[in-house]
Design a protein around this ligand. Structure first.
Ligand code: FEO
Length: 167
């Protein structure tokens, strides 16, 4: 059984995970259009990761006897000035997601909902990885500037494949 407060908070977060997916698909389109197919691939994999996050939460709410009601998803931004600005935007988005997950965890603790707190621990750890992987590419982009370095980085990002995270 989920409290009404937890149910609403999970529903809001499911929307945010799908918004994240939508944002990364938009970034994939931006990079594809800029001729950076490796960057586009990386964002496409992230699009799939976010759908996994949303679905994991969706399944949990159902398992706990709650009701998922899907919400509308706003249009994400579609253009950025540079690849660095685009990745930096994504990194800052992940910081905001981390704050939302932390707030969800705080709510679970206040509600004395131990099952949800244990469930949310997975997301707390996942956010550490998310921030690290986005931050790593932001740092590399700051180092390479334009030119040959970008070509190498694009080739590196082309190798990312989606593997469903261990639940
Ligand atoms: Fe689902 Fe990138 O956090």
């Amino acid at each position: 059984m989920l409290s009404k407060k937890m149910e609403k908070a999970f529903n809001d977060q499911i929307k945010w995970e799908y918004y994240s997916a939508y944002l990364y698909l938009s970034l994939s389109s931006y990079f594809s259009n800029a001729g950076l197919s490796g960057f586009a691939n990386w964002m496409d994999v992230q699009f799939q990761e976010e759908q996994f996050h949303a679905r994991k939460m969706f399944d949990y709410v159902n398992e706990k006897g709650g009701r998922v009601v899907l919400q509308g998803i706003e249009a994400p931004p579609s253009t950025w000035k540079t690849p660095l600005a685009a990745f930096d935007y994504a990194l800052r988005h992940e910081f905001a997601v981390t704050k939302r997950i932390n707030d969800l965890m705080t709510l679970a603790q206040k509600e004395n909902d131990h099952a949800s707190a244990i469930f949310l621990q997975w997301f707390v750890s996942e956010q550490v990885e998310e921030e690290a992987s986005f931050g790593d590419t932001v740092n590399k982009l700051k180092m390479v500037g334009d030119g040959g370095g970008m070509f190498m980085l694009d080739r590196e990002l082309a190798t990312r494949v989606f593997t469903p995270p261990v639940a």
